[in-house]
Design a protein around this ligand. Structure first.
Ligand code: MG
Length: 250
């Protein structure tokens, strides 16, 4: 069931989104060669708790941290570790959610540690552009397939693989609500979009092939190719005035 939000609820989600965004940027700033993925998590966790919010991911399904920190071939759900050092040239995907007054924000960003390859730079740029193109389709009267098609068509022009096993989702008083928001699809197909829907759009794009697998820890999702992936996400409200990004500064 899709839960439409009132303008009052959207105001709270804007606040939850702003905290989620700030926490994500704190994580991005903590990325540097020699730092650990736990250092990134700590920056995120501290930001959220300092803003009277609760980390959405901590304890979610048993996840042990506030942030997912995923390096190179890790697509999503990387578990922060005190021993995993970030190397020069790594690309680091950070996924962060925060609960404020009962509402969640959810966002993700991929950043390079120091200088990285041109291939990695392009992968990150294209994935971020996929997100922008997906968001542009989040308008009343549109269809879910419009979002997926916009993401997929752009990514595949570059020969990249769109992850299909994980998708975007509704966001609200639960971190994951209906509907599912795939990063692939056919324009004009799927559920109709309506004002009041709040969705996380989150392209996960692999440099090669869409196949992924989960590591024995039960969380870490990696590309089967072993090549890098990028992940960008924002929580967006669909309004009569068009898409409104909630995960941004107030
Ligand atoms: Mg999400």
């Amino acid at each position: 069931m899709i839960i439409l939000k009132t303008s009052k609820e959207l105001e709270l989600m804007r606040r939850a989104g702003a905290i989620s965004h700030g926490a994500l940027m704190a994580g991005v700033e903590a990325v540097a060669p020699g730092r650990t993925t736990m250092d990134v998590n700590r920056a995120v966790h501290d930001y959220i708790t300092a803003h009277d919010a609760i980390p959405s991911f901590l304890g979610y399904g048993g996840f042990p941290a506030a942030a997912c920190v995923s390096i190179n071939e890790v697509v999503i759900h990387g578990i922060p570790s005190k021993t995993r050092k970030i190397q020069e040239g790594d690309i680091v995907s950070i996924d962060v959610g925060a609960i404020y007054k009962g509402f969640h924000g959810d966002n993700a960003y991929t950043v390079a540690a120091g200088a990285t390859s041109r291939e990695n730079e392009q992968l990150m740029e294209v994935t971020q552009e996929c997100l922008r193109r997906g968001i542009a389709q989040a308008v009343p009267g549109g269809r879910l397939g419009d979002i997926g098609a916009a993401v997929q068509q752009y990514a595949e022009q570059f020969g990249y693989g769109v992850v299909r096993d994980y998708v975007g989702h509704g966001v609200g008083q639960s971190l994951h609500e209906d509907p599912e928001v795939p990063n692939y699809g056919t324009a004009g197909h799927g559920r109709r979009l309506a004002a009041g829907m709040t969705i996380a759009i989150e392209p996960m794009i692999n440099m090669k092939g869409s196949a992924i697998k989960t590591m024995p820890d039960g969380w870490t999702v990696v590309t089967v190719s072993g090549l890098p992936a990028a992940h960008f996400e924002q929580t967006v409200a669909i309004t009569e005035g068009g898409p409104v990004i909630l995960t941004r500064p107030l």
